[in-house]
Design a binder for this molecule. Structure first.
Ligand code: ACM
Length: 681
């Protein structure tokens, strides 16, 4: 027995976690619960479960329990319940109140989880809380020397924020049903509760309208969700405690609407043109829905009424971002309307449009949500503002009386490391908001925009980074230990892949295809220190559009590969104690050796595979980096001074390596710069 400091970092959790536990019992829960008390003893997983649900239970909770039990059985290698299997492990799940038919923002999501040597008890006010408790239970399973077990533990848990979302843009590239479902599974595992479904874009209208069939008939290339599909997703999400908030972009990002129904266009009739097709380019479109015609609102009313029959959630997102709408400045008919109604400019005209659409949304007994451009003077206070252009608009909105959801720091296409997203807080300790204003911060939403994703790569852009962000939305504000987050993220990542997500396997699949062989060990090693450039850089360098093939080397590497954080941490430890830290020196030397040795084999494949040729320069640079690392270790180890110009030469070489090449960048340059800097001179 050995006393360990546990990962529960909330003040109360830490105080409770003082008991001696076995060395294996380091928890890896993600998101971190509010209060964790680890007790002595454990529940051995040596037989399958006897499930007891006191009181009435629903089909939904029963199914959630069945899924959880099956996952625990799989994880621990238990035989599944069946003839001849004596179930012994007690699992009691109690949800006090029946669930309302539509999940709501204010639903109680708290739960209590108690594990003893005799069994498991989950108590919650609602099914939603009970389902969160089941997800935590799955993460508690640990391997031990005598088989799998669940440590004895008492957990009291509840989310910090009510709105914990993931937005997926299915407009620019369509994502098949299976992709959406597996991502919903991942969301549920990480306790996210809002799937924001971005369904319409300049590049595609993805939801079937029977009232206006040309929307998908002309606006989708045939790639869209039928109403039955959408209902299936809503049901699948609900079964996992996730609300579905649909987004229908208006008045901008609307080329697909306007190609299908040109009479909605601001340019039609008098000046300007109508779209000749759905948009293939990704830059901002100048087309916009005409806010001055009554027919526009009749159309939107009929459309949103139809959609309300598919999407039961209390919220509907109307987009509202990026609407330059030059036609509003030139179309004589629109100008005449503005003059007659004393609408002074485009912003005021969009505010008028929003007010009219809000009236429709309210008529459907729903709340309206929009991107932060909707925050204009006179906007009614019951619109929820989603901040994407910066964090300031969230606080500004809260001070003005608007509820808000933060997305600006959670754009996955920036290809930033998990830790950058993780440390960005919707309501930081430094916030100057009053108690009332704080309540208006509903939470946050991760955004996965669709320009550069396809079904094979999307998971790798979302996961595992979104698990770290999910913790930001769920766990206490002071849970901010980046090293511990990365430690637990590895477990979360494996759990997510077990659910069917493909964020780990996609890389090998992509490399195999590029190389035309199963022998990709060397290539994988090279790829392990490279990540995609940001969305903006790729768009600029490759001039991507909707028809760009997304199956290059950049599409087979992932943002923030684990080697980056491991390398930086090892360098930090070593440079703090160059002569004493033999373990890190040895590990780093071995790693540099592995990187160096991979290059010749990978280079050969690059020479013979047309689609890998572009990576040649990166491979050569990696050989240089590996040599640089080995030299630095040498100098650090001996304490010998480097030649006068050595550091400058390395810095210049690394500067060169920051330049664009093959749409990928090295993840190890900051760590290497620290290592080089620490060498004695
Ligand atoms: C957005 O990124 N245009 C909301």
């Amino acid at each position: 027995m050995k006393a360990l400091t546990l990962a529960a970092t909330t003040a109360l959790g830490a105080a409770l976690c003082s008991l001696a536990v076995t060395a294996q019992t380091q928890l890896h829960l993600m998101p971190q619960p509010q209060q964790v008390s680890l007790e002595s003893g454990s529940l051995a997983l040596d037989s399958t479960f006897v499930v007891d649900v006191p009181g009435k239970t629903s089909v939904r909770l029963t199914a959630a329990i069945d899924r959880a039990v099956r996952r625990i059985e799989m994880e621990s290698g238990l035989r599944h319940a069946g003839p001849g299997v004596a179930a012994k492990t007690r699992l009691v799940v109690r949800a006090e109140h029946p669930a309302p038919s539509i999940q709501a923002l204010d639903d109680d999501e708290s739960y209590y989880l108690h594990v003893t040597a005799a069994g498991v008890e989950i108590d919650a006010a609602t099914e939603l809380g009970a389902m969160h408790g089941l997800e935590t239970l799955i993460q508690l399973v640990q391997p031990g020397s005598n088989g799998y077990f669940i440590p004895a533990v008492t957990i009291h848990d509840a989310p910090r924020f009510r709105w914990r979302g993931l937005m997926i843009d299915c407009g620019r590239h369509f994502e098949p049903m299976a992709v959406i479902k597996r991502n919903l599974d991942g969301m549920a595992a990480m306790k996210l509760n809002v799937f924001h479904w971005h369904l319409t874009e300049d590049q595609g209208f993805r939801i079937e309208s029977r009232v206006f069939p040309r929307l998908t008939g002309k606006g989708s290339d045939g790639d869209f969700y039928s109403q039955q599909d959408a209902k299936e997703i809503v049901a699948y999400a609900r079964a996992r405690g996730i609300r579905v908030v649909p987004e229908f972009e208006m008045p901008g990002h609307s080329t697909a609407w306007l190609f299908a129904y040109p009479s909605l266009n601001s340019g039609s009739g008098a000046s300007g043109s109508t779209p000749e097709g759905i948009r293939r380019e990704f830059n901002i479109s100048t087309y916009a829905i005409d806010p001055t015609r009554e027919a526009t609102y009749a159309f939107i009313r009929r459309f949103l009424t139809e959609m309300a029959g598919i999407f039961p959630d209390a919220y509907v997102h109307i987009g509202g971002d990026e609407t330059p709408a030059p036609d509003w400045k030139t179309n004589p008919r629109i100008l005449a309307f503005m003059k007659a109604h004393q609408v002074k400019d485009n912003e005021a005209l969009q505010a008028y449009f929003n007010t009219r659409v809000l009236r429709i949304v309210k008529g459907l007994h729903k709340h309206m949500m929009g991107w932060d451009e909707v925050l204009t003077p006179g906007l009614p206070k019951d619109v929820v503002v989603q901040s994407w252009r910066g964090e300031a608009s969230l606080a500004k909105g809260a001070k003005l009386g608007y509820e808000g959801v933060l997305s600006a720091p959670y754009y996955l296409d920036g290809m930033k490391p998990a830790e950058t997203h993780y440390l960005a807080d919707p309501l930081p300790a430094t916030s100057d908001l009053s108690a009332d204003e704080r309540k208006r911060i509903l939470g946050g939403e991760v955004c996965m925009w669709g320009e550069h994703i396809q079904p094979r790569t999307i998971d790798s852009r979302i996961w595992p980074r979104t698990a770290a962000i999910a913790e930001r939305f769920w766990s206490p504000e002071n849970v901010r230990d980046v090293d511990d987050m990365y430690r637990r993220l590895e477990f979360a990542s494996i759990e997510l892949e077990g659910l069917g997500l493909t964020h780990l396997q996609f890389g090998d699949a992509g490399l195999r295809e590029l190389a035309g062989t199963e022998k990709i060990d060397a290539l994988r090693t090279v790829a392990s220190v490279l990540e995609p450039v940001s969305f903006g850089e790729r768009a600029h360098l490759q001039r991507t559009d909707q028809l760009t093939a997304l199956d290059s080397f950049v599409d087979a590497v992932r943002p923030d590969p684990p080697s980056r954080h491991w390398f930086e941490a090892a360098v930090q430890r070593l440079t703090a104690d160059p002569s004493g830290d033999a373990a890190d020196r040895t590990a780093l030397a071995a790693w540099f050796g592995k990187l160096r040795d991979a290059v010749p084999e990978a280079r050969k494949q690059m020479d013979t595979s047309p689609r890998l040729k572009e990576v040649t320069a990166r491979a050569d640079q990696l050989a240089q980096l590996a040599a640089m690392g080995q030299e630095a270790l040498q100098y650090l180890g001996t304490g010998e001074k480097v030649p006068a110009d050595w550091k400058d030469k390395q810095a210049a070489a690394m500067e060169e390596m920051k330049k664009p090449s093959a749409l990928v960048r090295f993840t190890i340059l900051p760590g290497m710069a620290n290592l080089v800097r620490a060498v004695p001179n």
